[in-house]
Design a protein around this ligand. Structure first.
Ligand code: PLP
Length: 359
């Protein structure tokens, strides 16, 4: 029997006026809904005390393990208002399955996928009024799990908390998709063989922030990480996977090596591109293939993909002492973006059954 998330409604709901204000300009990850889903786990009892309750700060002992040893994972996916007035999430089971894989890597308990989906569904149902309806907007779901046992001994926690919070999200690029400039990180790597690169764990992001800082200092928006061993194979951006478009229309993305995060957007694009009659290659890509391929015309577009921004097309790759600029026409990225967003918003057919209706 799966977990049941009982709803204990907040006694201080957001006013209709304030909610309308938030939904008119939600930004990203700034405003949170009135409730959160919570479940606890202990090594002795397993999962217990599942509920949807008022969104509130968590009282925590300063010696709580997660603060010290970062045994924490998270997920991100979106709920979209559908043309018929219902709400649907995009591939939540895939996020639930990845959450289990991340948990296994970080020695956290594996929450069953049905409980992961049930937690998000219960929260979305409770805060349905928070799902924005304007084109490109969504309700961003952020499930996460952390070690909440108190004590400084270094070992897998015997007490863990799972939560889901939700935040209305604007169309990522208000005013059209602008091309982003990428900083090639030559001094820092994101993930090494045998490390945690394929797990969606909090620590990966902490480790990537210094490279992100360097990118901003050099006028770039995002970082490109190379493999940690040879420092030459393209892995991914700080929080998005990478795609190349070749002059014959083929789509190429780095193959999964264990140090690349298995993006659900990446996987969806592989299926979509095939539906659209395109060849897809998953293989290693040398960063010099990118640099030279643009000059020879072999590479015609590069784009990033992930849940938050869906698809952002890359305008330039910059590094210490050099830069290569990409063409400004991005017909393939535009086609993939329109198709994916069309499916998510229920405007296009959903041949793979990716939408999960919230009853
Ligand atoms: C979450 C994430 C992605 C994108 O995954 P999606 O499932 O497509 O959102 C890519 N890289 C990293 C490092 C990530 O954490």
């Amino acid at each position: 029997m799966g977990l049941h998330f009982d709803v204990e409604a907040t006694t201080t709901p957001t006013s209709a006026e304030r909610l309308a204000e938030i939904l008119a300009n939600p930004g990203f990850g700034r405003a949170f809904t009135d409730h959160m889903a919570v479940a606890k786990w202990s090594a002795d009892e397993g999962w217990y005390e599942a509920s949807v309750q008022a969104y509130a700060p968590l009282p925590m002992d300063p010696a709580t393990q997660v603060f010290h040893y970062a045994q924490a994972i998270f997920e991100g996916f979106k709920a979209y208002a559908q043309p018929d007035g219902t709400i649907a999430t995009f591939r939540p089971e895939a996020n639930g399955a990845r959450f289990r894989r991340s948990a296994a890597r970080m020695a956290l308990p594996e929450l069953p996928v049905e409980d992961f989906v049930a937690a998000a569904d219960a929260l979305i149902r409770t805060d349905a009024a928070w799902v924005p309806t304007a084109e490109g907007t969504s309700l961003y779901l952020r499930p996460f799990m952390m070690a909440t046992e108190v004590g400084l001994g270094v070992r897998p926690a015997r007490e863990v908390t799972f939560l889901v919070i939700a935040s209305p999200s604007a169309a990522y690029f208000a005013g059209g998709a602008k091309q982003v400039t990428i900083w090639l990180s030559e001094d820092f790597t994101r993930a090494a063989p045998g490390g945690t690169g394929a797990a969606k764990c909090a620590g990966n992001y902490a480790a990537s922030l210094i490279a992100q800082q360097e990118a901003i200092a050099n006028g770039c928006e995002q970082v490109l990480f190379l493999d940690a061993v040879e420092r030459r194979w393209v892995e991914e951006f700080g929080g998005m996977n990478v795609w190349f478009v070749l002059d014959d229309g083929t789509l190429v993305t780095p193959e999964l090596t264990g140090s690349i995060l298995e993006g659900i957007t990446r996987e969806s694009i592989i299926a979509l591109a095939k539906d659209l009659g395109r060849d897809v290659e998953e293989r290693r890509v040398d960063v010099d293939e990118w640099r030279k391929g643009v000059d020879t015309g072999r590479i015609t577009e590069v784009f990033a993909c992930g849940t938050a921004a869906v698809i952002s097309s890359i305008g330039a790759l910059r590094w210490h002492g050099g830069e290569v600029a990409m063409p400004t026409e991005t017909p393939v990225a535009d086609q993939i973006r329109d198709t994916l967003i069309g499916i998510q918003h229920g405007r296009l057919p959903d041949p793979h059954g990716w939408l999960h209706r919230i009853g």
